[in-house]
Each structure stands twice: as C-alpha cells, then as structure tokens.
Write a protein that binds this ligand. Structure first.
Ligand SMILES: *[C@@H]1O[C@H](CO)[C@@H](O)[C@H](O)[C@H]1NC(C)=O
Ligand SMILES: *[C@@H]1O[C@H](CO)[C@@H](O)[C@H](O)[C@H]1NC(C)=O
Length: 409
C-alpha cells in the first residue's frame, strides 16, 4: 500500500519535473532562436557585399492582372530603383499584362515612360483579352477539361503557363541574336526593395537552380501554399512559422538559414537562366496533362518548373527566409521590424514550435500521397508513353478560369 502510493507520487513528481524542464528548455530555445534570426537578418548586407554579382545580366520577367494598387503603391518605383542599381546595360524588363479591369495598363504605361527615360531595354505587352474572352472561345485541343458541373472549361494552370511563357519570349529572341543572361528574375505583384533583390541574387553565394523569397499577404501566415514543398516534397505542415514538416527544411528555417526545398515560388524567384536558354526544347512553364487533370488533380506551373529543371537536384532550390516580401506595404512592414529584432515574435516562436511538433506527431502525409499516387498510377497505366515528374506538386483539386478570376470545381 505505502510503496504503491510512494511510487505514484514519485511518478507524478517526475512528470512535473519533466514538464518544468521542457518549459524551461522551450523558453531558452525561444531566446536562442530569436537571437539567431535577428543576427541572420543583420548579416544580409555583408553577404550582399561579399557576393560579386555586379557583372551578372538579369532578365526580369513579370506578369500582371489587376495590380494597379501595388504598382502605384510601390512596384513601379521599386523596379525603376532596381534597374538603376543593376545598370540598364545589365537588365532586360519583360512584362506581360492581360485583361485587367482596373487601371493596371495605365500604371504600366507610366512605368514604360520612366524606363524609356532611363534607356532600360524592355518589352511591356498590354493585352486586351480578358478572362471572359478566354473562356468564351471555342475549346482548344489542350488546356480544356470536362468539369463536374457538366461543362468544358479552361484550366487555370495551362492558361497561367501560357502567360508565363510569354514573359520569356524575349529571352529566347535575344539568345538567338547572341545576347544571353545569367539569371531570370521572376517578380510577382509584391512590395520589394533593391536590397531584397540583391540579397536574393546572392543566395548561397549565387549557387542555385532557384532561390525564392517568402511571401506574405496576411502575416503571420505565408501566402503561396500551392508551390511550396519541403526538402522531402511535402506541403508545409502549417502556414505560420516554422512551416515545414521535413527535418532539413525545418531546422534551416528555425535558425534563419537557407532552406533546402523541392519547390518554392513565394513572391520573387531568381533562377539560373541556362536551362531557359541552352536546352532544346528550353525549360518552360506547363500544366500537368489534361488526361491527368481529369482525375481531379492539379499542380502549380511554378512547382512543375522545378520538377522539370535538371539543375534543381544538382544546384538546389532554396528558400531564402531573410528575403521577405508582402502583397501590400502593411504586410511587408509586418515582417520587417525596424528595431533590429527578430521578425518572428517570442510568442510566435514558442507557439509555432509546439504547434509544429503536435501537427507532425498527429498528422501524416500518407493518405494524401496514397490518393495522389493511386490516381497517377492509374493514369500511367492508361498512358504508358507519358510520365509526370512533378508528382510532389500535385493536390486533389480541379481549377478552372472564370470571368472574374478562377474557381475550384
Ligand atoms: C514585345 O515582343 C513581342 C514579341 O517579340 C512583339 O511582338 C511586340 O511587338 C513587342 N512589344 C513591344 C511593345 O515592344
Ligand atoms: C510554353 O512555351 C512554349 C514555347 O515558349 C510553347 O511551345 C508551349 O506551348 C507553352 N506552354 C503552354 C502551356 O502554353
């Protein structure tokens, strides 16, 4: 009797001690991590200076749709600033806009005038075709799909791929006339600074297949979940810091280090230009085959591009957590504290670490991998000549273009 009670109280005491120790450890971890995050942000200037990318030639590719607000708020000015810094002789600006119903076109015309004044070589295409025009065309042979709502509809991803490919048109034309580039810089409709771009270009001392920023629309959650996959090809386990499931990606982001990933896009991406120029056919954006999409699967063109890129495995795809951009100024400011502190608060670090653990312990990627894998296998059986290298990009969705944007069906 006595010894049983004794054992029980010893047990509960041990439990209490374990809890206290793990709480203390968590608090120590918070302090260590926040110091490291602040330090890594401060080291950015140093890395930019150490990286000698002054003579690099940068092809800037960007597409816009209803982006007047961010263009006028900051994007235009930031791009002008960037071209001044890089030097007009080292850049080419390729912008493709289509079907905006706000004054995106006017905002881009103003940018065009400014770049003209600075003699920046460029191609700014303003396309009048709207989404409505695109979806009311007679269905083409590819990029259309029979949807559960009994219609043949235009798939969103092949449409976006087409536009992204159009932003690369000049890269190919210039290559044919002997002018090549070292990097392709894809700029989304985000708030950024020249310093951000310099830091991104200097990622891993310039050694990468692709380097991405981290993007925020409503901080603290990050935005582009469709394209981000950790080092093992898994989706993030949560949308707030520290995001990742795989140990390699998670450990890196915890300490503000470059994060090895299978795929990322997230606002701004710098890629080695060679695969877009030297290969025949060149690396290009694409959607998964229509026949596979029919199995109710979809994958982002911004993920598939990494799956298709032969350089991804040798040079790496990296998410640079010290380059953080926002879809509006307020979002940008929220992830750039002015006082030199860590960009993740103590509370966010504390709760983030625990949420991440609990989610990893209580969830599995097996069901999703099984569902996607089974559909891909069935498709492969029916299409023995085709394969899909981007299986890790796929999710259980069907996305089509609609008049005012896009929809899940
Ligand atoms: C942009 O490039 C395309 C393809 O070369 C060309 O057809 C178009 O005229 C160019 N537009 C401008 C404004 O230079
Ligand atoms: C992507 O671009 C290439 C050439 O630049 C083109 O042949 C291909 O059809 C495009 N893909 C899509 C999905 O539009």
């Amino acid at each position: 009797m006595v010894s049983a009670r004794l054992r029980r109280s010893t047990k509960s005491r041990l439990l209490r001690i374990a809890l206290i120790i793990s709480l203390i450890w968590s608090l120590v971890e918070v302090v260590i991590i926040r110091r490291e995050l602040a330090l890594q942000d401060q080291l950015q200037n140093h890395r930019i200076q150490a990286f000698d990318g002054r003579h690099h030639k940068i092809y800037i590719a960007s597409e816009h749709w209803n982006n007047e607000a961010v263009l006028r708020e900051s994007w235009n000015a930031a791009l002008v600033d960037l071209t001044k810094m890089l030097g007009p002789q080292n850049v080419y600006v390729s912008i493709y806009e289509s079907g905006s119903w706000d004054n995106t076109k006017d905002a881009l015309r103003e940018l065009d005038t400014e770049l003209e004044r600075l003699s920046v070589p460029r191609n700014i295409t303003l396309d009048e075709h709207t989404h409505e025009d695109e979806i009311s065309r007679p269905p083409g042979t590819s990029g259309w799909i029979d949807t559960p709502r009994g219609k043949k509809e235009l798939r969103r991803v092949p449409y976006l791929s087409k536009i992204r490919n159009l932003t690369l048109r000049k890269l190919h034309e210039l290559a044919q006339s002997g002018e090549t580039f070292d990097r392709v810089l894809f700029l989304n409709d985000v708030v950024f600074t020249t310093q951000d771009i310099m830091a991104l270009l200097a990622t891993n001392d310039g050694q990468y297949a692709a380097a991405c920023s981290l993007d925020f629309a409503k901080p603290p959650t990050y935005y582009d979940t469709f394209a981000l996959r950790d080092s093992q090809g898994h989706e993030t386990v949560m949308q707030t810091w520290p995001y990742f499931r795989s140990r390699a990606s998670r450990t890196a982001i915890k300490y503000g280090q470059l994060v090895p990933v299978s795929s990322c896009w997230n606002g701004i991406v710098a890629m080695d230009a060679r695969p877009f120029i030297d290969l025949d056919p060149p690396l290009q954006f694409r959607g998964i085959p229509d026949s596979l999409a029919r199995a109710h699967l979809e994958g982002s063109e911004c993920c598939l591009i990494h799956a298709d890129n032969g350089l991804s495995s040798s040079a790496g795809v990296w998410l640079n957590p010290n380059v953080r951009v926002g879809y509006r100024r307020a979002a940008y400011d929220a992830v750039h504290p002015l006082n030199g502190e860590a960009w993740v608060s103590a509370w966010q670090v504390f709760t983030g670490l625990w949420q991440n653990r609990i989610r990893r312990w209580t969830t599995t990627t097996r069901f999703k991998s099984w569902t996607v894998g089974r559909r891909v296998k069935e498709w492969e059986k029916l299409h023995p000549d085709e394969q899909e290298p981007g299986e890790f990009c796929l999710i259980n969705e069907m996305q089509v273009l609609v008049e005012n944007g896009w929809a899940h069906v």
